[in-house]
Design a protein around this ligand. Structure first.
Ligand code: SF4
Ligand code: SF4
Length: 292
């Protein structure tokens, strides 16, 4: 099973637009949206959910007002500032509660419940480009690294069930926990960057992360013609570090028009950008070994 992960050191590089086009061009694949903090592939792919499952991670403390005797012990013990008190009424802010269970253990009258924490949902869906695994966290929820690992597991299971040999994933921007969870063990990481100082800086950080985990990586410079000096610096970096430069793509308003029409750029009218992107995808797919 091959896994190709599309990432970017920062948001706004056009990563998701390119991933949607690759999802259109790919064959025999499962699409996986690992950008669980801000998923947006569904806006283009319009998935129809065939399965919806609650994502539960850890626990949260909830005070039972009928049992609470307002002793204040939970307020004193909570190290996360999650307990509030107002006129001897105690409550817990779920956005601050880390689920450490200290208040539960110290409450003298067992007035604090400790239910599972429902953090969001994950979905298995059908799209016009193939099956898709994706998720939506509730606002303010964390543990996205755990959810990323779960989605990758579900994508592999789905590919196994359907006899598919490629997982194409849209990764999270940045270099934090969810990116590390999405990178480990993938066949190839494709880094989409833009020619700005911050784009180059963030691309270098995520490229170094790939190097650290021994993940083969290649680079696409999107909107390279907006700053050809910066684009040349990114090319020089990728040559020096031994990363494949899959290609330079120009700034082209056709991408925005395709997005407004909720279409991948490669399915939206005949255009040169789509032809270049198709060439890049053919290069990417040649880089990964065929599955026997
Ligand atoms: S420790 Fe228990 S009894 Fe005391 S204020 Fe907190 S919930 Fe109420
Ligand atoms: S479980 Fe931990 S973090 Fe949550 S309210 Fe209790 S002491 Fe605070």
């Amino acid at each position: 099973m091959n896994e190709i992960l599309i990432i970017s050191g920062k948001g706004g590089t056009g990563k998701t637009s390119l991933t949607a086009a690759f999802a259109h061009l790919a064959k025999n694949h499962v699409i996986c949206d690992l950008d669980v903090d801000a998923p947006d592939m569904h806006l283009i792919l319009k998935p129809e959910n065939t399965k919806s499952v609650e994502f539960i991670s850890g626990h949260e403390a909830v005070i039972n007002p009928d049992k609470c005797e307002a002793c204040g012990k939970c307020l004193e013990m909570c190290q996360y500032g999650a307990v509030n008190e107002n006129d001897d009424i105690f409550s817990i802010n779920p956005l601050k509660c880390e689920g450490c269970k200290v208040c539960v253990e110290f409450c003298p009258v067992d007035a604090i419940d400790f239910p599972d924490r429902k953090c969001g949902h994950w979905y298995s869906s059908d799209t016009r480009f193939g099956p898709m695994i994706h998720a939506q966290l509730f606002p303010g929820e964390e543990n996205s690294g755990l959810l990323v690992s779960l989605l990758r597991k579900k994508a592999k299971e789905l590919a196994g069930e359907k006899g598919l040999d490629l997982i194409l994933s849209d990764g999270t921007p940045g270099i934090g926990c969810p990116v590390i969870a999405s990178l480990s063990g993938v066949t190839l990481a494709v880094i989409v960057t833009e020619p700005t100082p911050s784009g180059r800086h963030d691309m270098e950080r995520v490229a170094e992360l790939c190097g650290h985990f021994n993940i083969p990586a290649g680079i696409i410079i999107n909107k390279y013609d907006l700053n050809e000096k910066e684009a040349a610096a990114i090319e020089a970096y990728s040559r020096k570090k031994g990363f494949t430069l899959f290609g330079n793509l120009p700034h082209d308003p056709v991408i925005t028009r395709a997005m407004i029409n909720a279409q991948a750029i490669t399915e939206y009218e005949d255009n040169d950008f789509a032809k270049q992107l198709t060439g890049i995808w053919e290069q990417i797919i040649r880089t990964v070994k065929p599955v026997k």
